[in-house]
Design a protein around this ligand. Sequence first.
Ligand SMILES: Cc1cc2nc3c(=O)[nH]c(=O)nc-3n(C[C@H](O)[C@H](O)[C@H](O)COP(=O)(O)OP(=O)(O)OC[C@H]3O[C@@H](n4cnc5c(N)ncnc54)[C@H](O)[C@@H]3O)c2cc1C
Length: 328
Amino acid sequence: MTIRINLCFSSNPSSLRTLSVDGHFSFDEVHHAAKDFGNRFQLLPLAVLYPKSVSDIATTIRHIWQMGPNSELTVAARGHSHSLQGQAQAHQGVVINMESLQGPKMHVYTGNNPYVDASGGELWIDILRECLEYGLAPKSWTDYLHLTVGGTLSNAGVSGQAFRHGPQISNVHQMEVVTGKGEVLNCSEKQNSDLFHSVLGGLGQFGIITRARISLEPAPDMVKWIRVLYSDFTTFAADQERLIGAESTFDYIEGFVIINRTGLLNNWRSSFNPQDPVQASQFHSDGRTLYCLELAKYFNRDRADALNEVSAWSPIFWFSLSKLLRKP
Ligand SMILES: Cc1cc2nc3c(=O)[nH]c(=O)nc-3n(C[C@H](O)[C@H](O)[C@H](O)COP(=O)(O)OP(=O)(O)OC[C@H]3O[C@@H](n4cnc5c(N)ncnc54)[C@H](O)[C@@H]3O)c2cc1C
């Protein structure tokens, strides 16, 4: 009899209200959780959980698991909601607002193989700030840093360091994950490795990342940053391949496509040689598809000669630029 009552009680979504959590549930103010960066899908959840602890997440998921297969209540972790297609939304389900998770506190470990332990709801920009206090930085980044650890590790996390270090998911030593049954498990290459490999790049379908151990490297003192525009895709792709394959090359190499509809060239002039404003002003690109290589070379004050290694590539830039500067 008791069991039947419990089952009936717990299969009712409103039973979430009875859960004892350190944070809180919101059942009324849920509209913001039905939006993301893409602004294309609006899936209204039943409730939003603002967890303070990992146990809040585990308690909630365990409760939903115990509702059994007849329950249609879905769960989605929400990082910084920069998804484009509603991936962090849960129609009439529970959205877990990962940024409110307080802990585990971020901790940087120095030494020969430095790493940082960070919460799944931590923003990469805050990780970078903390690591820089120790002269360290993550090996692999995203271009845009106002994204969460859990959000990008559920995708891949790609930027200009990926050609050397792989995407962010290749630079994680271990994670703490809340599984679909509400268990809290540690996982790594060696421990619960199926879970580890499923969760990384798993689009939030295999568990919720509550902590990740992220590989670090010494942060450079200075960086030389260069952008090169191309009008010809073949030249652009060949240069990119050449730079990626070269032994002594840049530390950051990323290529992308631009459709110049907005006079954005004004923002790009800083990429040209400041001694060459005349050539830059001859640049006609309105309405054209352009290709851009974004490159950076790291160096420390005591190795300023590394700048000369960059200069060795200048023939590529000037060749490309000279092609570009020809009017279409
Ligand atoms: C302006 C902008 C710039 C971007 N720049 C880059 C870039 O440079 N490089 C790049 O690789 N990508 C980039 N992206 C894409 C971005 O990495 C992904 O959209 C990423 O998922 C967003 O992170 P988020 O914290 O906003 O996650 P959300 O959008 O909130 O969530 C994304 C997915 O991860 C799941 N999830 C969130 N947190 C967790 C967690 N703790 N555990 C398990 N699953 C979780 C969600 O349920 C959802 O499925 C960019 C997107 C935008 C809008």
